[in-house]
Design a protein around this ligand. Structure first.
Ligand SMILES: [Fe+2]
Length: 134
């Protein structure tokens, strides 16, 4: 599986959000490489767990940013975050329960979701916030 390059098109223009997105991409890439290098499941499980926690913190920071900027789509955006969090947690638990065969699906899901979410919801949100500041 291909690793993800954090290209400029993935940047929203808000440094804190971009730095966190890049850290998430780094974790996904680490997992993709770990899988290809047959890293033991317990190590992968550890990184999956750390990533789950980081996703949680990142979403709360992003929601705080929306709140501070009076973004009207906050509630809707939060629902999208929460359903992703639930999915990541579910995958992580299934992996921990021995479904190591799921890793390909997990990584594909994480990669696609994150890239689509950044390109869509996150960039639109930041554009709207910046437009309202003018
Ligand atoms: Fe988001």
């Amino acid at each position: 599986m291909q690793t993800v390059e954090f290209i400029d098109a993935l940047k929203t223009g808000v440094d804190k959000i971009d730095t966190q997105h890049e850290a998430l991409v780094d974790m996904i890439n680490f997992l993709i490489e770990a899988k290809d290098n047959n890293v033991p499941p317990e190590n992968i499980s550890f990184v999956l767990g750390e990533m789950t926690k980081y996703v949680y913190l990142h979403f709360r920071d992003e929601e705080q940013f929306m709140f501070d900027n009076f973004f009207v789509g906050l509630a809707e955006h939060r629902v999208v975050h929460e359903s992703f969090e639930a999915k990541v947690l579910e995958y992580q638990q299934m992996y921990d329960e021995g479904r190591v065969d799921l890793l390909d699906d997990v990584l594909e899901f994480l990669t696609n979701w994150l890239v689509q979410h950044i390109l869509g919801d996150d960039k639109e949100m930041v554009q709207e916030v910046l437009a309202n500041r003018e």
